[in-house]
Design a protein around this ligand. Sequence first.
Ligand SMILES: Cc1ncc(COP(=O)(O)O)c(C=O)c1O
Length: 357
Amino acid sequence: MMGLPEEFEGIIYDTASVSTMHAIAAAREALDVGVREEGMSGRADLPLLRVYASEQAHSSVDKSVITLGLGQRSLRKIPTDDQFRMNTEALTSAIEEDRRAGLLPFCVVATVGTTSTSSIDPVPTIADICARERLWLHVDTAYAGSAAIVPELRYAIEGCERADSVVTNPHKWLFTPIDISVLYCRRMDTLRRAFSLVAEYLRTSEGEAGEVRNQMDTGVQLGRRFRSLKLWMVLRYFGHEGLAARIREHCRLARLFASFIEESPDWELMAPVPFALVCFRARPGVEGETTEARASRLDALNERLLSAVNATGEAFLSHTKLHDALTLRLAIGNIRTAESHIRRTWQLLNDEMERVK
Ligand SMILES: Cc1ncc(COP(=O)(O)O)c(C=O)c1O
């Protein structure tokens, strides 16, 4: 449904955090520096290994390098442009600089649909860089991968067909109850090389061995839940077109809400709206204010507004910081969210602003 090429094999895990951790482990295995046997500590022959991700990448990338014993210093955060997308020139220079310093670059994590703003890293250019530098490309589409099932939104995952691995979470925007995350990998044998370990009591009889696809070989866990069943039910019930129609509608509602923001002088959009997430803030003016006073007044106001709206119990907003400014986030992803809810939330925001400003 996402249009990924046939060479990708899939494996279901619980969460994107775990999918990304396995992808980075496979990337490290692809280096062929004996980490599986020798580990990494106490080795004079192994330089610092380097992973790259943008400043907007999810914290699960940091947790992956912590878990894999690479250490947080192995993760180099690449700056983003004014639309929160990875700056690919900065990526190229970072790789060059690291190679000159004797480090060992091995993996880039790009994101389609970052957590704070749903920005889209330029994956085609990043794929070129990875091909040239022989680096593993993992793309985190945990949130926005689902959008690729909508034909006119497929552009968002352009370049993912050249990635080594791609993660997407049906539990985020494909209406499947938590937890279910899918890792697509075009080099599943490398992932198997990193994790396959068949103790005697796990061995399948000769006859079955060729037929059975042992999922224990592609990760840490042995026992696992039958997560695919609930996804299968969702796909059967709604069908591809039914799911696409709902995602399309969520994007329309997000654009509608964004248009209310754009038309009002008391509010401003804080990031582009490629999917169904709107980042915005209240910004009523006060005459004769310094830039600093304005920044702290607006942060405090938006914080009060967030609490006030959430306290109504009618809508639930979240927040982030963009360019150091407290930013409100309206994320539309529930199957029952309708236009009336969006209009009501806009009303609530304006009523509460009058009260708390
Ligand atoms: C882009 C992105 N990647 C990864 C994650 C982590 O997802 P999970 O909770 O499945 O580990 C999130 C969660 O918000 C996310 O937005």
